[in-house]
Structure formats: C-alpha cells, structure tokens
Design a protein around this ligand. Structure first.
Ligand code: SAH
Length: 244
C-alpha cells in the first residue's frame, strides 16, 4: 500500500490559524474529503480531486477516504477546528474497526486549533483552570446522558465549552440546557457566546447566566460557561489557575 490517509484540522476559520504541517499535507494530497463547507476552504489545483459530502454521513465519508488511500491515493480528510474534537478522526477509526483489510494503512491525525481554544483566547483565559467540553447535539447520544453530564460538570465547578449548541432541528434543547445551568449555578455566572471566531462574521458576547437567552447561540457558536471563580479584569475574562 503506497497511499496514505491524513485526518487534518483546518482550525476555526482563518487561514492564519491553519498549521504548517496541515498545509504541507494538503500540498501533497491527491484527494481531499470532507463536509462541503470545509472542502470549499481548500484552493483547487491540478492533481487534487475534491470529494465534498453532506453532513451526517461521517462513516460513509470515512470509508470513502479509506478506499481512496488503499487504492494508492494521498488522502486528506478535513475537519474544522481539531479533527479529534467532535469530528472526523474518531469516525475514521470507527470505520476502520469494521475493515481489517485496511489495518496496515498509513493513517495520521494532524491537530488543529479547536473552536473553544480560539474563542477562549479572544475572551481572555476563561479556560485557565479545569474545564470540560460537551457536544450538545443529541444525534449520537440520548438527551438524558447530556443532561446528566451537564449537571455533574456544573456541580463539580468545571468551566465548560458547548459545541453544536443549537440547531433548527432541535430549537428547545438549548433552552433546557440554560434551565439546568440555572438550577445548578448562581445567576451572575459568566457566559461567552463566541460566533464564527476568526472569520469576517466573528462576534463575541459576554453575559451573565441570568441574561442568557437561547437565541444567543446558533450552530456557528461555541458557548463558554465560566466556573464560579471566572471573573473580569480590565475587560478580559479569566479563570484563576488556583481553586483555593
Ligand atoms: N472539530 C471542530 C468542532 C466540530 S463541531 C473543532 O474542533 O472546533 C461544530 C461546532 O464547533 C459548531 O457547532 C460550533 O459550536 C463550533 N465551532 C466550529 N467553528 C467555530 C468558530 N469558528 N467559531 C465558533 N464556534 C465554532
């Protein structure tokens, strides 16, 4: 087998936040595979075939990428942010579990800057102490599991990052998430709604839990919830490194 498969993160949007090793892999690639808007970020060139696909077909897309690499292609699967954070890297390994004939393929994961870190940097250092990341989409897990994790994380006083906070197909869920936070946290808890970070449409809003409304988030927003110690200094939001 002479082909290879790289699963690469393109970062949150800006070309300046794509790592040099991802750029180098793309320069060597014969095929680029991924969700339509992410493949659209790759400049077309001779010798590079684009294979854009729709959302929610991750396993089919992963198989397609494995097939192309096994046939000798130099294949880059692109994700936004980091490919290991609610994205394609795990989907490729999930597909690989069922395909023993591909177990000797050269497969590498190249990291990217994930949305929560790009957003946190814009705000200051809200994830400066212990934190967790939660995918609010219930495509792949029951809402009861999400609710339990959210409640326990709030009780443990983690700062939190929420990915996929809200979509048209499940508009009420994020309202329920805010309700649960109101049951577990004080009304003054700081929440950052960071939308389209590092793109021309970027916007950031910091509010208290009492002021937060479901409409403040959409699918291009990552939501950062502070811990009980998260605070403001000179317009920067930070979480002290010590819990004492
Ligand atoms: N692998 C990606 C996450 C994919 S899930 C990563 O590491 O960032 C898609 C979710 O990521 C979106 O619903 C949103 O919550 C978040 N997201 C991705 N890009 C973003 C950006 N530029 N600004 C804010 N949130 C973003």
């Amino acid at each position: 087998m002479t082909g290879w498969l790289v699963i690469a993160g393109l970062g949150p949007g800006s070309d300046a936040l794509v790592t040099p090793e991802v750029t180098a892999a793309l320069a060597q690639a014969t095929d680029v595979v991924g969700y339509i808007p992410y493949v659209a970020r790759i400049a077309p060139r001779d010798g590079l075939v684009a294979h854009p696909s729709d959302n929610r077909v991750e396993i089919l897309r992963a198989r397609q990428a494995l097939d192309l690499a096994a046939a000798g292609g130099r294949v880059v699967v692109v994700s936004s942010g980091d490919p290991g954070v609610f994205a394609m890297a795990a989907a490729v390994f999930e597909a690989l579990e069922d395909l023993p004939q591909y177990h000797r393929l050269d497969i590498r994961v190249l990291p990217g800057i994930t949305a929560m870190l790009a957003a946190a940097a814009r705000a200051g250092a809200p994830l400066g102490h212990d934190f967790c990341a939660i995918n609010l989409s219930d495509n792949l897990k029951p809402f009861a599991v999400l609710e339990r994790r959210l409640r326990l994380a709030a009780q443990a006083d983690f700062a939190m990052a929420f990915y996929n906070p809200r979509s048209n197909s499940r508009p009420h869920q994020f309202a329920r998430v805010l309700e649960i936070l109101r049951e577990e946290c004080e009304p003054g808890r700081l929440i950052i709604f960071a939308r389209a970070v590092s793109t021309p449409e970027e916007s950031l809003a910091t509010v208290t839990l009492a002021e937060a409304t479901p409409e403040m988030a959409d699918m291009r927003t990552v939501v950062l919830v502070g811990s009980s110690t998260t605070r403001l200094v000179a317009g920067h939001i930070y979480t002290p490194r010590s819990a004492r």
